[in-house]
Design a protein around this ligand. Structure first.
Ligand code: PMP
Ligand code: GLN
Length: 351
């Protein structure tokens, strides 16, 4: 076993799948929607699959099907308020997983330090190990209970906004060996949505120590009132050092399509391409074509309540509220997530 794999184990999802087969239970750990939010996406994939246009059934451009990178270029140019070059600053990947893998493996040297904020999505740490990097963890810490201040809310409830980075602890972690920080907003699994103020502190440190920021924003559309999604790439000086990651899996509720992407300055995308080209070369053409058509449709109605990105946010917010009540009624102590589709709940009262 190569020494850089020694710290890798079988992975949390393999473990939880094995437990699921052993005990009769409902698995809420894998975030896939159990109802079809987006019939029009399925219809688009059907149309592409039935198309007699041969080009749609053959290999497409390695860094991303042109129609898809163009559509993503329009979407993210609007959201970032800067004109993206679709051909050089965007790359399509096999889900956000592959984007993370390419971002980490393509941009760090063996021995570089990578900061990861806990509780973290499971794959960041093993990906850094495989790349020969050194993980530096920093936990969120509970600082206050903002919901206690409100009379109407149950005093037992707590929000992901109560969990913050300690600024001094973060400052002490950055040093001349730090190459990268991975942030995740909305954050899986706690549901924290980083505020502009919190991101500004991270940004200042990234600039001071010349650090690359990988911003995993797969839940960018699942942000519940009053939280607001802020892209760290839009903060002053951050575009030049940020790789932002998204996925159709979450945006369109089609996790099985495994169609993700990254956007960043071309120098960082070029490093990612080296890994991508020698690994998968190109992603599935019909899926990319369907996601492109879906994205074009949503761009046209981005500010309308009918836009699928706005619909899924609304539906999930009421599901979240319903599920929180169920958990509390059953003796759990949940942390109310401001975004994403997971909930962390303390079950010590039940044991
Ligand atoms: N990042 C986070 C935070 C996620 O929750 C997920 C999906 N579980 C991914 C990345 C991977 O996304 P994809 O399914 O598009 O590979
Ligand atoms: N819990 C993960 C998610 O957010 C599952 C990822 C996986 O299946 N590897 O969907």
């Amino acid at each position: 076993v190569p020494s850089r794999f020694e710290k890798s184990d079988e992975g949390i999802w393999n473990k939880s799948t094995a437990l699921k087969l052993k005990y009769p239970c409902t698995d809420l750990s894998q975030g896939f929607p159990n109802y079809l939010i987006n019939e029009s996406m399925v219809k688009m994939l059907q149309d592409v699959a039935k198309s007699e246009n041969n080009v749609l059934h053959q290999y497409t451009r390695s860094s991303g099907h042109v129609r898809l990178v163009n559509a993503l270029g329009v979407l993210y140019s609007t959201l970032l308020n800067r004109k993206l070059n679709a051909l050089t600053e965007i790359m399509v990947t096999v889900g956000a997983y592959e984007a993370l893998y390419c971002a980490i493996n393509g941009n760090i040297e063996i021995g570089d330090e990578v900061i990861v904020i806990e509780p973290a999505f499971d794959c960041y740490e093993p990906m850094v190990h495989v790349a020969g990097g050194i993980i530096r963890h920093i936990p969120l810490r509970k600082v206050c209970n903002s919901l206690h201040k409100s009379k109407e809310t149950n005093p037992l409830t707590e929000s992901s906004a109560d969990w913050k980075l300690n600024e001094n602890e973060l400052r002490n972690l950055f040093n001349e060996n730090t190459k990268m920080i991975v942030i995740n907003t909305p954050m899986n699994p706690i549901g924290k949505v980083f505020t502009k103020e919190e991101l500004t502190i991270i940004a200042e440190l990234c600039i001071k120590y010349d650090v690359i920021c990988v911003s995993d924003e797969v839940y960018e559309w699942m942000v519940y009132e009053p939280a607001k999604h802020v892209k760290i790439a839009t903060l002053p000086g951050m575009w030049d050092r940020t790789i932002t990651i998204g996925t159709a899996g979450k945006s369109f509720s089609v996790t099985g399509w495994k169609c993700g992407w990254a956007y960043a300055p071309s120098s960082l995308i070029n490093n990612m391409r080296v890994i991508h080209m020698q690994n998968v070369y190109s992603c599935i053409t019909p899926v990319q074509e369907a996601v492109a058509r879906g994205t074009e449709k949503e761009i046209e109605r981005l500010n309308s309540p009918d836009c699928i990105f706005n619909v899924s946010k609304k539906e999930l917010q009421s599901k979240r509220d319903y599920f929180i009540q169920l958990l509390m009624g059953s003796g759990f102590h949940p942390i109310i997530p401001e975004g994403g589709y997971f909930i962390i709940a303390d079950w010590t009262n039940l044991s």
